[in-house]
Design a protein around this ligand. Structure first.
Ligand SMILES: Cc1cc2nc3c(=O)[nH]c(=O)nc-3n(C[C@H](O)[C@H](O)[C@H](O)COP(=O)(O)OP(=O)(O)OC[C@H]3O[C@@H](n4cnc5c(N)ncnc54)[C@H](O)[C@@H]3O)c2cc1C
Ligand code: SF4
Ligand code: SF4
Length: 560
């Protein structure tokens, strides 16, 4: 007799005289399924190693508090990162090969913004012995201070400026990262165990001996010295550095730039300088970049937003010299050029034969990078390529001194800086507690396979109908250049849920019951604590469950 829909699942199929529970097909098996927690490609590509598949899964179930807490295990600043991260996770997303990568960055902002409204500071562990000095209150230093204070350490955070945030505050303009978001997320990230001391500059009013007197030190002073071009005429009045201009703006000063501004550089700083100048009312803003349009280090969305705001971008050009009149810049002589990378990681312009042109300018702002100030540090800490000498875990040649972020790495993004701070905190914890760095917690009944990155071929596309990726809403360009109000808007709850539903949840079981439904031998049953149990008496190793798992969270392994 056919079973009614919704009737309880029988424990075994019966045939006259016996049931499948008595027929132990497990003896036929040469391989068996195994529940695994494999690494999704988005997580593998995220510099901070966020458990993206798992937090998206929580968010789409409406468990935003849990999603927020999980992101913050790897990155204490989801609302910031959801606005400024270059999102390499999206380029790696398996869904790209289906119908467009999941909009992970916008989802992270959605969860982060929930946290700004509803989140609370995480409670620290029991106090542990050990006082740590963190020097520099940018994303690297903030992340390290956050993680150490949560572990129960007392942290002294020394910052040269009057307020915390580093380039998040004094570099990235408000139209990309509103001040209220920055303030609130710093407030949530800095626990009660952190003593913040602003206006303390190492090498000026803060002595190395004071810092080195702590049980461990994390140096996160960033890269603050602007690079110059080294071309004739560079000393003329009206030529300045872009970072100084952005810093002035952040401090409430509105610099005068005239009517024609030339910005030199092709990265985020150049875009921010140019777009800020447009907001100050400069009618003609031209960016000169060595790179071709596609190779510019600025994100494609920053480039298209700048173009929409009336910024001119001239690619494949280098500045050969500046033209001046009466000691003041009047133009930049540009020639065809390209970026040349030296074997030691340095970059320089390679001028090509071609016509020279003078771009008229009332002001020029250079945005071609910064270097680390090593002057206040003892010699063993001064590493190659002008960086503090430190390994991936932040350890310098003189442990317990650690370093990370822009000061110690050429990977200059907020996410790399946060990741460096979190990694160093784990190492500092291990050094101070005399143990090994803590391993990530495993899920019950599931084997963690961190080295296995789930491939697109492992996804069962039958379960994922095509659905277009949600776009990020933006305020219209003509109106937005009149103010520094935020340009990109957040997802609504409905869009966030729909976009979250596009995630394959690669390599992570979501209790969808497919394995339980498809197993012909009743070998799969639910566990009370979540997940599934396999009866080895009955599993004959047919592999149907693994084949029907939508997301590669089941693997067949040999019995031998
Ligand atoms: C204009 C601009 C836009 C950017 N946009 C993006 C973006 O969209 N996405 C992205 O991922 N990255 C972006 N970046 C890069 C990113 O901001 C940096 O990689 C990141 O902030 C580095 O973090 P950090 O903590 O190492 O250093 P910083 O943010 O530079 O912080 C260093 C801190 O140390 C303090 N300090 C310095 N010297 C001393 C001293 N001697 N004593 C005590 N304190 C000191 C500083 O005041 C500062 O607070 C941008 C950079 C710029 C300049
Ligand atoms: S921090 Fe950046 S790379 Fe990591 S998940 Fe968020 S958007 Fe992606
Ligand atoms: S589909 Fe989801 S889990 Fe898979 S790579 Fe993309 S965001 Fe990550």
């Amino acid at each position: 007799m056919p079973r009614e829909l919704g009737a309880p699942r029988p424990l075994g199929w019966s045939e006259p005289g016996r049931t499948t529970l008595e027929i132990k097909t497990g003896g036929w098996r040469t391989r068996r399924p195994m529940y695994v927690e494999a690494t999704a490609p988005c997580r593998a590509a995220c510099p901070a190693g966020e458990a993206v598949a798992r937090w998206i899964e929580l968010a789409r179930r409406g468990e935003l508090a849990a999603a927020w807490a999980l992101i913050r295990e790897a990155n204490p600043f989801p609302a910031i990162m959801g606005r400024v991260c270059a999102h390499p996770c999206e380029s790696a997303c398996n869904r790209r090969q289906h119908d467009g990568g999941v909009a992970i960055n916008a989802l992270e902002r959605f969860v982060g913004d929930w946290g700004l409204r509803h989140g609370a500071r995480a409670l620290p562990d029991l106090p542990r012995p050990g006082r740590v000095a963190v020097v520099g209150g940018g994303p690297a230093g903030l992340a390290c201070a956050h993680a150490l204070s949560r572990r129960g350490y007392r942290v002294r955070l020394y910052e040269a400026e009057a307020a915390l945030g580093g380039l998040l505050r004094y570099g990235i303009p408000e139209y990309r990262l509103p001040r209220a978001v920055l303030e609130r997320e710093i407030e949530l990230g800095i626990g009660p165990g952190v003593e913040v001391l602003t206006g303390q500059r190492l090498g000026a009013n803060l002595a190395w001996e004071t810092v080195a007197g702590h049980d461990a030190v994390f140096l996160a002073t960033g890269a603050s010295l602007p690079l110059g071009l080294g071309v004739p005429g560079e000393q003329a009045q009206g030529i300045g550095n872009g970072l100084g201009f952005l810093r002035d703006l952040a401090c409430g000063t509105r610099p005068t730039l005239g009517r024609r501004l030339v910005v030199v550089g092709g990265g985020s700083t150049a875009m921010d300088v140019a777009r800020s100048a447009r907001r100050l009312g400069v009618p003609s803003v031209s960016v000169v970049a060595l790179e071709g349009r596609e190779e510019m280090p600025a994100l494609p969305e920053e480039v298209s937003q700048a173009l929409a705001e009336g910024v001119e971008i001239r690619n494949g050009l280098g500045v050969a010299r500046f033209v001046e009149g009466g000691g003041r810049v009047t133009g930049a002589a540009v020639v065809p050029a390209q970026l040349e990378r030296g074997g030691d990681g340095t970059i320089r312009p390679l001028f090509r034969p071609g016509p020279s042109e003078v771009m008229a300018a009332d002001s020029v702002l250079l945005a071609i990078g910064q270097r680390t100030d090593l002057a206040a540090l003892p010699p063993p800490l001064r590493g190659a390529r002008g960086l503090i000498a430190a390994g991936k875990d932040g350890a310098t040649p003189t442990v317990p001194i650690f370093a990370g972020g822009d000061a110690a790495s050429a990977e200059r993004t907020v996410t790399h800086a946060v990741a460096a701070g979190m990694r160093a905190a784990r190492r500092i914890d291990a050094v101070l507690s005399g143990g090994a760095p803590a391993a990530p917690a495993a899920l019950p009944g599931v084997r963690a396979l961190p080295a296995h990155v789930v491939a697109f071929a492992e996804i069962n596309l039958d379960y994922f109908p095509r659905a277009l990726r949600a776009g990020r809403p933006e305020r219209p360009a003509p109106g937005r250049v009149g103010s520094f109000a935020e340009v990109v808007e957040g997802f609504s709850a409905v869009t966030a849920r729909e976009e979250g539903a596009r995630c394959f949840t690669c390599g992570h079981c979501v209790d969808c019951d497919n394995c339980l439904i498809y197993c012909p031998d009743m070998a799969v049953s639910r566990r009370d604590e979540g997940g599934y149990r396999l009866s080895t008496d009955h599993c004959k190793g047919c592999g149907l469950c693994a084949q029907e798992c939508p997301r590669g969270a089941l693997q067949m392994v040999s019995e031998r």
